[in-house]
Write a protein that binds this ligand. Sequence first.
Ligand SMILES: *[C@@H]1O[C@H](CO)[C@@H](O)[C@H](O)[C@H]1NC(C)=O
Length: 190
Amino acid sequence: MARSAKLLLLLAVIYILAAAFVVPASAARRRAVRLQLYMHDIAGVTAVQVVKGTGPLHPSMPPGNRHFGDTTVMDDLLTEGPSLESSPVGRAQGSYVLAGLVDPVVVVTATFKLTHGPYNGSTLVIAGRDEVLAEVRELAVVGGTGKLRRASGHVLWRTLEVLEGAHYVLELDVCASLPATAAASALATN
Ligand SMILES: *[C@@H]1O[C@H](CO)[C@@H](O)[C@H](O)[C@H]1NC(C)=O
């Protein structure tokens, strides 16, 4: 093979390899998803302790959720505004475990099923560490279904107020994004 033909072949191989690693523009583009929701975690009503932890005591934690290992299952209402009477937008179903031996930290795993608005019927999957005494906590948006398929991002989590009857009102700011292509195909199939 002539020297110039070999050089051309080499250039062609380099070009093909480079093209394989370049992310197509459509995959790189993502659509933002911003939601503000309020979650109502009411001890003994929508949040029920199912495991009594036997580990170290955290006196700073609320009564009933003070021992390492305490595990609570929740089915909390999500509303549009901070009041329990404002429009319902979905439910936060999952669990949290007091999983800090030293720090008062609960580890949360939840699925937000949305029942109103543009994402009605879709879910967001949330996971992360909730250092309950911190003013703002950041958890991860690790996925979603329906129109929120392949969502990723984070959710900022604040305890807004604690009402009578251990009713915790949490303000949640969801900052996530969707692949533009997945969002378009989910819309097309719904
Ligand atoms: C949400 O979707 C369900 C199922 O399709 C439907 O029955 C319901 O009316 C919708 N809710 C709103 C508020 O659009």
